[in-house]
Design a protein. Structure first.
Length: 251
C-alpha cells in the first residue's frame, strides 16, 4: 500500500516491484481533492470529531456504570451485570434495524448523533466489563476511608476511585478511538451527505458504480488514514499494555 501510493498510474498495473521505479506525489494531491466540493481533509475532521466525542462519552458513561456494578450494593445487581455482559455476545447487525427506526423517529439520520449519543448511555458492555474488573481489584478500605472523611458515593467515585482507574480508562480510550475511527458500517448507515462522511466512507468513494477503482489515490489516502491511529497507538502503547494486564484480562 505504501509503495503503491508513490507509484505513477502506469506502474501500478504493470510493475511487479513493491516499490515505485519513479516516485511521485501525484496520488496524494489527486486523492486529497478527488471529490468535487469537499476535500479529504473534511473527512478527517469529521472522523476526528466523532472519535473524540465517542471517547469522551465512553469514559463518562462506562466509568459510572462500572462504579455502580463494582462498588455499590443494590437489588438485582448480579442479574443486571450478567445481562450486560451477555450483550457482548449479541451481533451488532441484529440491532441496526430497530436502532435505525428509533433514530429516524428522532430525526437524527444524517447527523453525528446516532454515532455519538449511544456512547453517553453506557452501551459499550466491553468497556464496562473491563473497568469493573479493574475496580474490583481496588481495596474497599479506600471507600471506607473516604466515607469517614465525609465523601458520598459521587465524591468517592470522582476524587478517590476514578484517579486509581487511570490504566483502565486509558485502555478504554485507546480502543474506543481506534474502533470508532475505523468504523465503516455504522457510519455508512447513518450518514448520507458527502460533507458529513468520515475517512472510511471517503475511501470507498474511490470505487465508482462501474467497479473501476482509482488504486493510486485510494492507497495514498489509506496511508494518511492509518497515520492517526498508528501514531495514537505508538504514543500510548505502554499504557495500553499496562492497562490490559492490570484490568483482569491477562491469562
Amino acid at each position: 500500500m505504501l509503495g503503491t501510493s508513490f507509484k505513477p498510474a502506469t506502474e501500478i498495473v504493470t510493475s511487479n516491484s513493491p516499490w515505485p521505479l519513479h516516485w511521485t506525489l501525484h496520488d496524494f494531491t489527486s486523492g486529497w481533492s478527488a471529490n468535487p466540493g469537499v476535500t479529504f481533509g473534511r473527512f478527517f475532521v469529521n472522523s476526528l470529531v466523532i472519535s473524540v466525542l465517542a471517547v469522551v462519552g465512553t469514559l463518562f458513561s462506562c466509568s459510572l456504570a462500572a462504579y455502580a456494578f463494582s462498588r455499590l450494593t443494590f437489588r438485582g445487581r448480579s442479574v443486571m451485570f450478567a445481562g450486560m455482559v451477555a450483550t457482548i455476545l449479541l451481533p451488532y447487525h441484529v440491532l441496526i434495524v430497530p436502532q435505525y427506526a428509533i433514530f429516524k423517529t428522532f430525526g437524527w439520520i444524517n447527523t453525528d448523533l446516532p454515532l455519538v449519543a449511544p456512547k453517553f448511555l453506557a452501551t459499550e458492555a466491553f468497556f464496562i466489563f473491563l473497568m469493573v474488573q479493574f475496580m474490583r481489584g481496588v481495596p474497599r478500605e479506600i471507600d471506607e476511608a473516604a466515607r469517614i472523611d465525609g465523601c458520598g458515593p459521587y465524591r468517592t467515585f470522582l476524587w478517590v476511585l476514578l484517579p486509581l482507574t487511570r490504566p483502565a480508562l486509558i485502555t478504554s480510550s485507546i480502543f474506543s478511538f481506534i474502533w470508532t475511527w475505523n468504523d465503516f458500517f455504522t457510519q455508512l448507515v447513518y450518514l448520507n451527505d458527502k460533507s458529513k462522511f468520515t475517512v472510511p466512507i471517503g475511501l470507498s468513494l474511490f470505487v465508482d458504480q462501474t467497479g473501476m477503482t482509482s488504486y493510486g489515490p485510494m492507497m495514498a489516502m489509506s496511508v494518511l488514514a492509518l497515520l492517526p491511529v498508528f501514531l495514537f497507538f505508538l504514543a500510548f502503547q505502554r499504557l495500553l499494555v499496562d492497562g490490559a494486564t492490570s484490568s483482569g484480562l491477562k491469562g
